[in-house]
Design a protein around this ligand. Structure first.
Ligand code: S3P
Length: 176
C-alpha cells in the first residue's frame, strides 16, 4: 500500500508535485484544502472568516483523519497542517511524509501571485510578505523537519524541474 504525504510551506509546490506524482504512479490525489472545501461547501477563506483560524484548524484536523485513511493515494497537506495538535505524529504514523523544502525568497516569489486567496497573507505588501515568510517558516521548520524525508524544491519552477522532483520523491520513498 502506498500513501505519500507532502508537507511544506504555502507556495512550496505541494499541490503541483502531488498531482504530477499521482499521475506518474497512477494513484488518486487528494489535496487537503480542496477536500475540506468540498466537504464543507465553503472555501478555506470563508471558513477562516466565519470560524477564525482556531475553527479552521479543528476542521482541518478532522478532515485530515478522513483523508489519511485512504489507501494508495498521494496527499498534499495545507502549509499549517503539520504544526497543530498531534498532526505531525499522526502523519508520520499514516504514511511516507515528504517535506518539500524551499527558501523564503522562492516562496515569496511564488506567493506574491496567490496572496489574495490565502487568509494568512491577506493585505501584505511585498516587504511585509517577505518578513512574514521568514519568521513564520522558522517557526514551522521544527515541525516540517520531522518528516521522514526532505527534498529541496528551490529550483522547481518549470516542467523539467517538476519531473526531477517527482523522481526524487519516488527515490526517497523507494518506489523507483
Ligand atoms: C495555510 C496554508 C493553506 C491553507 C490555509 C492555511 C497555512 O494551504 O491550508 O490557508 O497555515 O500555511 P496551502 O499551503 O496549500 O496554501
Amino acid at each position: 500500500m502506498i500513501r505519500i504525504i507532502l508537507i511544506g510551506y504555502m507556495g512550496a509546490g505541494k499541490t503541483t508535485v502531488g498531482k504530477a506524482l499521482a499521475k506518474d504512479l497512477g494513484l488518486m490525489f487528494y489535496d487537503l484544502d480542496w477536500y475540506i472545501e468540498t466537504r464543507m461547501h465553503k472555501t478555506v477563506a470563508q471558513i477562516f472568516e466565519e470560524r477564525g483560524e482556531e475553527g479552521f484548524r479543528e476542521i482541518e484536523r478532522n478532515m485530515l483523519h478522513e483523508v489519511a485513511e485512504f489507501e494508495d493515494v498521494i496527499i498534499s497537506c495545507g502549509g499549517g497542517t503539520p504544526c497543530f495538535f498531534d498532526n505531525m505524529d499522526y502523519l508520520n504514523q499514516q504514511g511516507d511524509t515528504v517535506y518539500l523544502q524551499c527558501s523564503p525568497e522562492v516562496l515569496a516569489k511564488h506567493l506574491r501571485m496567490g496572496k489574495g486567496v490565502r487568509p494568512l497573507l491577506l493585505g501584505k505588501n511585498d516587504e511585509q510578505l517577505m518578513a512574514y515568510i521568514r519568521e513564520h517558516l522558522a517557526e514551522r521548520e521544527p515541525f516540517y523537519s520531522r518528516a521522514r524525508h526532505t527534498i529541496n524544491v528551490d529550483l522547481m519552477d518549470n516542467y523539467e524541474k517538476i519531473r526531477i522532483t517527482v523522481d526524487g520523491v519516488k527515490r526517497l520513498v523507494n518506489i523507483m
